[in-house]
Design a protein around this ligand. Sequence first.
Ligand SMILES: N[C@@H](CCC(=O)N[C@@H](CS)C(=O)NCC(=O)O)C(=O)O
Length: 191
Amino acid sequence: MKLYFNPQSRAVIAKWVLDEAGAAYDIVPIDFEKREHKAPEFLKINPAGKLPALVDGNTRLFENPAICLYVAEKFPAAKLAPPVGAPERGRFLSLMVYSTAQLEPSMGDELLKLATPPARGWNDFDTVKDVVEGELGEGPYLFGAQFTAADVMVGSMFIWQRMFGARSGRAKIDAYIDRLLSRPHSMKLPS
Ligand SMILES: N[C@@H](CCC(=O)N[C@@H](CS)C(=O)NCC(=O)O)C(=O)O
């Protein structure tokens, strides 16, 4: 597998899930300043011209949740997803999509101090944090003791928030993020 990567990008999320899976892969460095992500060869892999992208043989993937789902399926022994048919599978798929369809844009609105009208399709950040706290329950992870790709997707958003100097403002979420950051392969805050 080849991960198209720049350390200053969301490709660190894809790297996190690959490392949690114990996957073997090569890093293909992408230089944003040289606009390598807009080169025709790269656009054949990700037509959006963004990182990350993952290539596995004849399979190409873009968008972090898709990469996380693919890696979880390819490496079932890592238990990064409830198996197909398990009752928890539906909640898992929902949280994978929720992370990118609601959590990320709502956090973006908060960081940019934009209003969040309901017509945009996602809730305001306080409501989103209520949902995340509820789904976390007693933890320690979103699926109890089992760390999954949903923790990568949801957790990476709050780690991202810390990179911007902010915290969630919720003790339970902050403790969860500390727990995720202490994992050896987790996406790290810049030192
Ligand atoms: N929703 C995408 C976001 C990808 C994205 O926005 N990547 C940024 C880096 S963090 C990028 O490649 N930006 C370069 C550009 O748009 O020119 C994902 O999760 O994969």
